[in-house]
Design a protein around this ligand. Sequence first.
Ligand code: GLY
Ligand code: MN
Ligand code: MN
Length: 433
Amino acid sequence: MNTNEFIRRRKTLMRMVGNDGIAILPSAPARVRSRDVEYRYRQDSDFYYLSGFAEPESVIVLAPGRDNGEYIVFCRERDRRKEQWDGSRAGPGGVVDTYLADDAFPIDDIDDILPGILETRESVYYTMGAYAEFDQRMTEWVKSLRQRESSGVHAPHEFIALDHLLHDMRLYKSRAEISAMRTAAKIAVKAHRRAMATARPGLYEYEVEAEFAHEFRRHDACNSYAPIVGTGANTCILHYVENNAQLKDGDLLLIDAGCEFDYYASDVTRTFPVNGRFSPEQRAVYEIVLEAQLAAIEKTVQGNHWNDPHDAAVRVITKGLRKIGLLKGSLPKLIKDQAYSEFFMHRTGHWIGMDVHDVGDYKVGNEWRCLEPGMVTTIEPGIYIPASRKVPAKWRNIGVRIEDDVAVTNNGPDVLSKGLAKEADDIEKLMAA
Ligand code: GLY
Ligand code: MN
Ligand code: MN
């Protein structure tokens, strides 16, 4: 992401915070995988959104109008010995030079410096509850100021939820953000193609998952969530991640896998037959889900409400389930009673951006939010018929989801993950090739 993008974001936020306010954001803590081994570090999305700075043990502070600099960063000092083991650090000097902080200090000095900056402000914009340890430190800084109020020290009087402002900013993606998301989607599309070309009876789900690891990493991307690679009965488990069953002739394979590229996520699902040919029942269910997905995408246009795509998907799915005999009754009543939820138990989409389930409110007041250019949502209807449902045997263990990432634009829906087969015939052709 271009440096100007981060400057623009900080400026926008500072305008909202005002000269009486201060915004404070801690970096994400490193997380232990097991014993002394950590997960690969991933910066907190809000922190990265404003700074582009990916190091742990850092704090960014925005103090609009401050004479000695508005953008202050606390970070680890350079340390030749530690850098030899864990990689390079920017240090306060590097943060000023490369990340354009106005002022930067060693993180170990924060207790001495930050209260002095807080003292000059009325309102603190801060996301409470994200990191318990940092909440504690914040409380201590403010408490220390309050304890000295009788000697004339000023303590801020107002705490405001920073996420309320920041997450609304993050909901509207800029051109640069859409471009990163398009890249993340294209990489996912390539990986799904590899998976379709690779899958065949006898392989294991993890062998198909390996195609994603290969394609993601060769593009400097990583999983944006644990890939779901489920065959047969596993297609009906929404968050299946074991990925260790064998692919059988005649079964479906549902793959929900996306990547993160330059801090932006894709989230893509395709469902296809392991042997390359849909059975009549699989095809019937597949075509209902596809029709629902296309109907929902058509509704992903500015001016519509957030719920309109979901309503469109629900209608098509209920109608389809009725047509194949899995639901009985009048269409309006089945929709009103949410009879479809036995087979379609999740929403049609969610915001996507730096986080796969991205930030941003879905309702304003009590009303569904209007879709506006720059918003990006997944569109992912599904039908799941586990063996436990009381349905004729031929329908059991059919789970189908089709998911794409769709940006709202001035010119209608922009499917970022386009170009990946999803008509049943196209999938069969691709698998036969
Ligand atoms: N992959 C998670 C989801 O589709 O929401
Ligand atoms: Mn998904
Ligand atoms: Mn999704």
